[in-house]
Each structure stands twice: as C-alpha cells, then as structure tokens.
Design a protein around this ligand. Structure first.
Ligand code: GLN
Length: 281
C-alpha cells in the first residue's frame, strides 16, 4: 500500500488503533513505535510533523501498531525499556522493568550503607535493579542472580552494554542455592514473584506476555516473599538490610513475616500511586 502518511497523521492513526486495544497510554505507545521504525527520538517527531513516511516505514509501523492493539507490550515490540537512567534490552524471558521497582532503587540509595557495601539482588530478570545500583554506587560490590538461564543472559547483555561489566557478578541460581555458605551481604534486595495465581490482573495488559515464573507465587502470592525473609538472615552481615517489593495489599503480612523472624526497623513505603509497595527491615 502506498503511504501518504505524514508523521503527525501516522501518530493519530496509531493512537486511535492502540486505544481500541485498551491501552491507557495510546499516544505514548504510538510515538515509541514510530520512533522505533524511524530510529529517532521523541523530539524529532514533534519537530517534523509533516515528514512523509516511506512505504516500508509505514508498513513496518502499521504492523507494530496492530500487534500493540492485540496486546503485545511496547517494550517487547521495540526490544528495550528505560529504567532509572539506563536503557535495558528486554525480551519475553523476564519481567519488563516497571517504574514501581524504581522505588526499590530509590530507597536502597537512602540506606546508610558503607562505601564498599556488598549487595545481593535475588531474581534480577533484566538486571534492572542491580544495574541501577551499580551505576549509582561505583564502590558497592554487587551480585545478582536469577533461576532462569535466559534471564542471566539478558542481564549480562544489559550489564555489558551499559559499561558495568566489572561492577556486577551474575549467577544462575534458584534463590540462595548457588551462593557459598560463607557469603554475607549488607543489603539483599528483590522484586520476587508475588501475584496470587487466582488474581484476575493476570488476564490484563503486559503481564499476559511475561513469564509466570516472574509474576506468580503460591500461598496467595506470599510463598517467595516469605521464603526470602526466612532464608536471608543466613547471608546477612550484622546490621544489614533486606528490602522487598510486594503487592499493594501485602504490606501487613510482609511486615508480620519480618517481625516474626526477628528483624528490626520494619518499614513500608508507598509507590507513585501511594500504595504500599516496598518493605525493608
Ligand atoms: N508489579 C507487577 C504487576 O503487578 C508484578 C511484579 C511481580 O510480580 N514481582 O504487574
């Protein structure tokens, strides 16, 4: 099909189509997909509203818009997602990094840890949290692990592309299993799976395209949160912290798990929607 579409009209078309598919960020989605096809930044789209798309560009864009309308996450269609101040490669083997998880980074940076603190991230996925911390704290000694070999591979790519190769050790491990018994950390941080297997939320939006192993946990979503809280003390230095992301209604139980296990200074902080999201102790 011949393209008579200029940038501004293509965006309007894309926005309408994507909204039909139920996206609540239709304009941004269309812009990100057109940026991907044109290889430009967002500002370029605003500066060149009358630029005519080449036929191939229009066809590539339409294909992406249709996939987005069918529910595919924008991050999967363009292959990357920004997190903190890093651009990370993403694919369907891990969770897509979310702004909510930036709360973990923000709070971790506020802890009074020593300059060369040892930090462990459990279930790193794309590597987002550990890499953001590595980038912010050049002297911290970071280790991140994931059960999935594909995730470790993706996190390795992201680490190397962001110039953080010698800042982060990556391991394939089912939670603590591959760690040496003698290893101790000053902070253990994680965004584990925490969704109840029966949660209707799993039928909506991007989560349909993400691995269940990164999202869902037994015992109404509490199994992994609880496991980490119970196992972590064996790997903690005196005065160390454990910091976990969890569901907005899970704060009371997560605080109780921490307290029952004898942790002190148990604290929950809220996300950008003012909902309980991160508890540390
Ligand atoms: N916050 C994510 C969501 O609700 C889930 C992340 C997780 O399970 N760790 O889509």
């Amino acid at each position: 099909m011949k393209s008579y579409y200029v940038i501004s009209r293509a965006i309007n078309y894309g926005k309408t189509q994507v909204a039909l598919g139920g996206s609540d960020s239709a304009l941004l989605d269309a812009q990100l997909l057109l940026q991907h096809v044109l290889g430009c930044d967002r500002q370029y789209l605003y500066m060149h509203p009358e630029q005519v798309l080449e036929d191939q560009q229009w066809q590539d864009y339409r294909t992406l818009i249709e996939k987005r309308r069918d529910g595919y996450p924008v991050a999967h269609l363009v292959g990357h997602r920004d997190f903190w101040d890093l651009t990370l490669a993403v694919n369907d083997s891990t969770l897509i990094p979310r702004p909510d998880s930036e709360i973990l980074v923000e709070r971790a940076l506020l802890l009074a840890l020593k300059d060369d603190a040892k930090v462990l991230e459990l279930g790193t996925g794309t590597g987002a949290i550990a890499l953001a911390l590595a980038n912010e704290r050049p002297r911290w000694q970071l280790t991140a692990l994931d059960k999935s070999a594909e995730a470790v591979q993706l996190a390795t790519t992201n680490r190397d592309r962001n110039g953080l190769t010698d800042r982060l050790t990556l391991l394939q491990s089912d939670w603590f299993a591959a760690l040496k018994a003698a290893q101790r950390f000053d902070l253990i941080i994680s965004n584990p799976p925490y969704i109840d297997p029966d949660d209707a939320h799993l039928q909506l939006g991007d989560v349909r395209f993400e691995p269940r192993s990164a999202l869902v946990a037994d015992d109404q979503g509490y199994a992994d949160l609880r496991f980490i809280i119970e196992q972590a003390p064996a790997y903690l230095n005196p005065g160390a912290w454990v910091m976990l992301e969890h569901g907005f209604a899970q704060g009371p139980k997560v605080r109780a798990f921490f307290s029952e296990k004898g942790y002190e200074k148990v604290n929950t902080v809220t996300d950008y929607a003012n909902l309980d999201r991160v508890t540390f102790a």
